[in-house]
Design a protein around this ligand. Sequence first.
Ligand code: MRU
Length: 368
Amino acid sequence: MNVQGKPYRTIWLKKDDHYTVMIIDQRKLPHQFVVEEITSLQQMEVAIKDMHLRGAGLIGAAAAYGMYLATLEINDFSNSNAILTAAAERLKNTRPTAVNLAWAVDQQLDALKQGISIEELQTIARNKAIVIADEDAANCKKIGEHGLTLIEEISRRKNGATVNILTHCNAGWLAFVDHGTATSPIYTAFEKGIDLHVWVDETRPRNQGASLTAWELNMHGVPHTVIADNVGGHLMQHKMVDLVIVGSDRTTRSGDVANKIGTYLKALAARDNNIPFYVALPMSSFDWEIKDGLQQIEIEERDADEVRFIEGLCEGEIKKVLLTPESTPSKNYGFDVTPARLVTGLITERGICEANEESILKLYPEKR
Ligand code: MRU
């Protein structure tokens, strides 16, 4: 996607220096656009854990590049297995909820079994990381094409009047390698000239909606409005939302969806108001091993200071301020699970299906 007219992805290898991985430091957005160089496994681990980059698809691609960086740290082929296993473990432990991360690491481990020298391991891991990133971008693009049909249909029904779409957190191109999932149908519809407007949940505590989704949509000229997290229900009651599209960090084979904390409440409000609630996700966000999202998905708990403090631009400087009494404790659950029964449908790179095992497996018969 474009940043000030220049096309970017969220992760790439530095030109003429294939030992350096480049990322956009998302902690600085929307106020500063900073590109960071990552040259070691340890730096990649920190970048994922401390959310220099984030979002299910992107942390998958970042973990794949992290495994590549780990191969650059092998000095003796006889130790390579131990080094790669330890690297995989370290990367998998950075963030537990988004399944793309473990998926990408396992893809790398599988591919690396073929390597019979250090040089081969490095080539295999580099190529695999590039493939994972390219596939992520291509899948997101297809999600946009399938999701477009939903927006077109609503636009037709409304005789071309503005289609209002609500989204939570950032499942945009910043959360993937390109295009995004929840935003991909929006960008595709916007490029086709459909009149639309996006309600952007601010998404406390880290404000991925207010700072990242709003920044993306702004860069692309898509009409949007940031709202406080509690506003969505009111808008839905007053017919100001036609469609909800969110992303997913992990979806069970039965269609339960783990996504950013607060998603469940939007799904409840959408159901109460008869508003379609769709989840956009690529195949890498399915966890084919589990069926019960509430019981089986590990929910990341993050530093309570993310709730107690808030960060923003103040007189030209990014500053952090305390919101609560100094000694008041706080809890910071990163994700919640929306049960399949509240999900109208899943928008995937293979098409749209219902959120149940039978319908999902029709799109992914190889997972039967
Ligand atoms: O904690 P984050 O920012 O990595 O959370 C991921 C998300 O941005 C959301 O949950 C998103 O809606 C799904 S990931 C594309």
